[in-house]
Design a protein around this ligand. Structure first.
Ligand code: HEM
Length: 298
């Protein structure tokens, strides 16, 4: 999860079927080995998979203890925009430099789960030009890197049983590209808070998407998440989307970003990006370490 942007991804969100616990636990425990097997002959493909478990499924799968901050995604209903909560017990976030490797791993995971889980959402996403989203802006620039990324995303000593895990929040967004393209480039830049071609931060863009999502802790440090959003779409079906995923050591950070985006802040209204982007799913997961999944697969 903590690595450079990938060229392709598959996002799989499933719900657990009654009686499917043993098969799901077994599959979750096997994902690391499956990823290694499929990726081994293609090291340049850098195949990875992150597996997550939702709040409702934690108890039936792994009992106690449970990750201290694991909660279901909470719907947000703002003055103009809604972030719905949708079903999701299992998450597989598969990334690689090649779509075929992502596809092969996704297909194998779904095959092994069989009747134990039902696919609620399956999206094949791709890198678009120089890491742009379908609104034409470079996405992911201010992501933390290296040690800061690990420190942003990975649980530490605050929850020793789940050391090295992470919290993930996932939302599928659909864009109104026609309305977006009616804006002048300067107006689009004020919505995002960066320049479009050169990807430079605007000095003064209060209330922009970047501004709304810049959070400061009481000690003055910046509160961050590790984002892995990627575009997807279906020409001819009116589907132009961003599959949003953020990892955090403390899920309170992305929760607060979402509150600011959908409900607005004391200084600004809701995020103007939402006038052109509709959230159609919302799920939250804990991503246990690979060691935890292996040790608890029986
Ligand atoms: C429609 C979905 C979204 C799109 C198209 C989008 C796009 C962008 C773009 C283009 C940037 C500026 C470049 C960058 O640093 O990546 C950005 C920044 C950012 N976005 Fe989003 N975003 C979306 C949803 C979200 C959501 C749901 C959150 C939080 C839960 C979020 C959090 C952030 C953060 C923290 C930044 C960096 C702000 C900064 O430090 O300058 N974004 N996003």
């Amino acid at each position: 999860m903590v690595g450079p942007p990938a060229a392709a991804a598959v996002f799989l969100v499933l719900t657990l079927e009654p009686g499917g616990e043993a098969a799901a636990r077994e599959t979750l425990g096997e994902v690391e080995a499956l990823t290694r097997s499929i990726g081994f002959g293609h090291p340049e493909g850098r195949l990875t998979c992150v597996s997550g478990v939702g709040a409702r499924a934690w108890e039936p799968l792994y009992g106690s203890p449970r990750p201290a901050a694991l909660r279901p995604f909470r719907e947000l209903a703002g003055p103009r925009h809604r972030a719905p909560a949708t079903p999701g017990d299992l998450l597989f976030h598969i990334r690689a430099q090649r779509p075929d490797l992502c596809f092969a791993l996704a297909a194998e995971i779904v095959r092994r789960l069989g009747d134990a889980a039902r696919v609620q959402d399956e999206v094949q996403a791709f890198a678009y030009f120089d890491s742009r989203n379908l609104l034409g802006f470079v996405d992911g620039t201010e992501n933390p890197v290296g040690d800061t990324a690990a420190d942003t995303a990975l649980v530490g000593d605050e929850d020793p049983a789940f050391h090295g895990g992470s919290y993930a929040v996932v939302q599928k967004y659909l864009h109104d590209v026609d309305a977006w393209e009616k804006l002048a480039v300067e107006e689009q830049e004020r919505v995002i808070g960066r320049t479009k071609l050169t990807n430079l931060e605007l000095d003064d863009a209060p209330g922009s998407h970047a501004d709304v999502n810049t959070l400061t802790a009481p000690d003055g440090s910046e509160l961050r998440v590790l984002r892995g959003a990627m575009p997807f779409g279906r020409p001819g079906h009116g589907e132009f989307g961003t599959y949003f995923i953020a990892y955090a050591r403390d899920p309170g950070v992305p929760d607060e970003m979402l509150r600011r985006m959908f409900l607005g802040t004391t200084e600004t209204g809701p995020d103007p990006l939402l006038d052109f982007s509709r959230a159609v799913t919302g799920t939250a997961f804990f991503v246990p370490s690979a060691g935890f999944l292996r040790a608890n697969s029986a």
